[in-house]
Design a protein around this ligand. Structure first.
Ligand code: GLP
Length: 244
């Protein structure tokens, strides 16, 4: 595992974007697994800036989002689909033609999971996955207790996850109760993984994930077993990683 501790969220974003850019520059048709959330927003901004300056072409990548809410209209501004369009795809002069995000409202949920796995399988697998970490240690929407042996699957969101999103949805009652997520099995098959964590609020869970036992109770802890993991954090998120 490589650990990069950056001064602040801005530097974290630049470093994360550099890792993605390096992957795409060396392999323009890379298969990327991409996260949503507050943490990667800056990374997307930097990637857009690189494209605008003619330094990066994302049009040939094959992109897969890690997860999505369920029981939400696809065009709801809070869906991860809307997030990706807003923060990345519509900002690019040449967005990729090949982008797969599960529907937040599929007619056939199991069919949607199977279609995602099939599309991923056709590409030959993910070259680089960028992950965030939830306050309870989730990666994608793999909540504590999720078995490691799952591919794309429907999940019941943990209460901690729903609480974190309450303000964005105008109250807890409006936060979806379910999601759909790339499973740990699929995540662990990604060639390279970059894990991002920003802010003091992530310090304790990050320390548990990286230094604690590997357990399904802290889903991100499984990443300790991945052969190519780079963790990019800012100083506040690194707060519990060092002994005083
Ligand atoms: C959401 C997403 C995760 C993301 C996590 C952290 O629940 N499903 O994929 O990594 O939140 O988000 P943030 O960066 O906003 O803390």
């Amino acid at each position: 595992m490589k650990l990069l501790i950056e001064r602040n969220a801005q530097d974290l974003s630049s470093t994360a974007a550099r890792l993605v850019a390096r992957q795409v520059l060396t392999q323009p048709r890379s298969v990327l697994a991409l996260p949503t959330g507050d943490t990667p927003r800056g990374m997307y901004e930097v990637l857009v800036g690189l494209e605008q300056r003619g330094l990066l072409d994302l049009s040939h990548v094959r992109a897969f989002n890690l997860d999505e809410y369920l029981d939400l209209p696809e065009d709801d501004p809070r869906s991860f689909r809307s997030y990706m369009v807003r923060h990345l795809w519509e900002q690019l002069a040449a967005p990729p033609a090949d982008w797969f995000i599960p529907s937040s409202n599929p007619a056939d949920e199991q069919g949607e999971c199977a279609a995602y796995e099939e599309a991923l399988c056709r590409t030959g697998g993910v070259d680089l996955a960028v992950l965030g970490i939830g306050p309870n240690g989730h990666i994608g929407f793999n909540e504590p207790g999720t078995p490691w042996a799952l591919g794309m699957h429907v999940v019941t969101l943990a209460e901690a996850t729903r609480h974190k999103e309450a303000a964005r949805f105008g109250g807890l009652a409006n936060v979806p109760r379910r999601g759909i997520s790339m499973g740990i099995k699929t995540i662990m098959r990604c060639g390279r993984i970059v894990l991002l964590a920003s802010g003091e609020g992530k310090a304790e869970i990050l320390a548990r994930a990286l230094l604690g036992p590997v357990t399904t109770e802290v889903p991100a802890s499984v990443l300790q077993l991945h052969p190519w993991l780079t963790v990019v954090v800012d100083q506040p998120a690194a707060g519990a990683l060092t002994t005083p």
